[in-house]
Design a binder for this molecule. Structure first.
Ligand code: GLV
Ligand code: MN
Ligand code: MN
Length: 417
């Protein structure tokens, strides 16, 4: 059994029309559907309409996660859940998250066409604010569903304009009434674009994801003293901009030193205040994003960074306030499911390899409550992502979803794993 690759791709393109904008850096058409924006609401409603066309039973929970259920022969049994997200970073392509959700719906369409019944129910789900770009915490909806974060914590998150997450959820019409805690599914599966260069460079068709690396996000407020750029003597300055630059360069130095393994680090947001040519920055709002496949080395790097903040405070006469906005450990996916994915790729005549996820994914939250696994599809142009250049071909997408279909059919007919 095979999905209809053209139909899947047409759905990806149609959803990609919502929130489209002209990207200045690339000159391409990008996608901006920030979590709980009007565009996210429109994208969600389109996907919801497809779920309803497929006669799925839809439920929306109190954090806005949406589940669409296809009945099995034994509906009291735990379902197999296929999920991902349809929110995007502000400078996205069409595939990140959407492939997993629309791939799930294409699988359901295929099963309906072929009149396939399964023992267990199947649910296709999308989760609120996976990206974390707007409210500061990634994998938010799935983390609440699986119990890592509370609903209260999530509701009180605010965006840069002070808008509260709960109010925004209500505003776009996705403040549901169902219990946000999900019962443990039989298994959770997610298909996603790799978002990196490994599969593309090797020409490998399917990635069998071994796990997800640890993520640590901080919001920094660096407080110095603003003053005249020409008239303030250098020794009287407390330049928050210089302090921020020191931290950014320190991150590179830590990576170059090699003692933190395969650490990655990014200061993705850096805003000097008042941010004018002839004023010493009196304040900088910034973020730090750390990634590491090793939990131990992640902790070591976090401690080293905090120690460095104290050095910068002294050297530059600034105050550094930091807040942890997201923190997830490295997660390993079910080895039995990885074996099934590799075997399904073999059966489909597809080359495959084991790969660790560079990005965070909803699957890592489900791994805490049930066997979970992911399939990666390669992306062109070194798998670039969080960029409008993000691009996977219809075949690249369909290969991953077909592997997922094969594994899903096995799991949905199982009494036990
Ligand atoms: C979220 O998906 C991230 O990895 O930043
Ligand atoms: Mn994603
Ligand atoms: Mn993303």
């Amino acid at each position: 059994m095979r999905i209809n690759s053209d139909r899947l791709y047409a759905a990806l393109e149609q959803l990609g029309q919502i929130g489209r904008y002209q990207d200045e850096e690339t000159g391409l058409q990008g996608v901006c559907r920030l979590a709980l924006s009007a565009e996210d609401g429109d994208g969600r409603r389109l996907v919801l309409s497809w779920m309803r066309q497929l006669a799925l039973e839809v439920r929306i929970d109190r954090i806005g996660n949406v589940y669409a259920r296809r009945a099995g022969r034994r509906n009291e049994m735990a379902p197999v859940v296929i999920g991902s997200h349809v929110d995007s970073v502000p400078t996205a392509g069409r595939f990140d998250g959407c492939l997993g959700v629309l791939g799930g719906l294409e699988i359901v369409r295929t099963l309906n066409e072929q009149k396939v019944e399964t023992l267990r129910p199947i649910e296709v789900a999308f989760f609120t604010d996976e990206e974390g770009c707007r409210f500061g915490t990634d994998m938010l909806g799935s983390a609440v569903a699986c119990g890592r974060l509370t609903l209260e914590y999530a509701y009180e998150l605010r965006d840069r304009d002070g808008l509260r997450l709960r109010d925004e959820l209500e505003r776009i019409g996705f403040l549901g009434e169902c219990d946000e805690r999900v019962g443990p599914p039989h298994a959770y599966l997610e298909c996603h674009v790799e978002q990196g260069p490994i599969l593309y460079r090797k020409g490998v068709e399917v990635g069998v994801v071994s796990g997800v690396q640890s993520i640590s996000w901080q919001a920094l407020t660096i407080v110095g003293k603003s003053g005249h750029a020409g008239a303030t003597p250098m020794d009287l300055r407390a330049d928050a901009g210089v302090a921020a630059s020191m931290i950014n360069l320190k991150l590179r130095e830590m990576i170059a030193g090699g003692q933190y393994g395969e650490m990655r680090a990014t200061m993705g947001s850096l805003s000097p205040v008042p941010g004018l040519v002839n004023i010493v920055p009196g304040r900088v709002e910034a973020t730090v994003d750390l990634r590491n496949p090793s939990n131990e080395l992640m902790q070591k790097s976090e401690a080293a960074l905090l120690a460095y903040y104290a050095e910068v405070e002294k050297a530059e006469k600034v105050e550094i306030r930091w807040r942890q906005t997201a923190r997830t450990p490295a997660v390993a996916f079910s080895s039995r499911l990885q074996e099934r994915i590799a075997a399904a790729a073999e059966r489909g005549g597809l080359s495959h390899q084991s790969i660790i996820a560079g990005a965070g994914h909803d699957a890592q939250e489900f791994a805490a409550i049930c066997p979970a696994a992911m399939v990666f599809c390669p992306g062109e142009y070194d798998g670039i992502s969080h960029n409008p250049r993000e691009f996977s071909t219809p075949k690249q997408c369909a290969d991953g979803v077909n592997v997922l279909l094969d594994v899903l059919l096995q799991l949905a007919d199982q009494e036990e794993l």
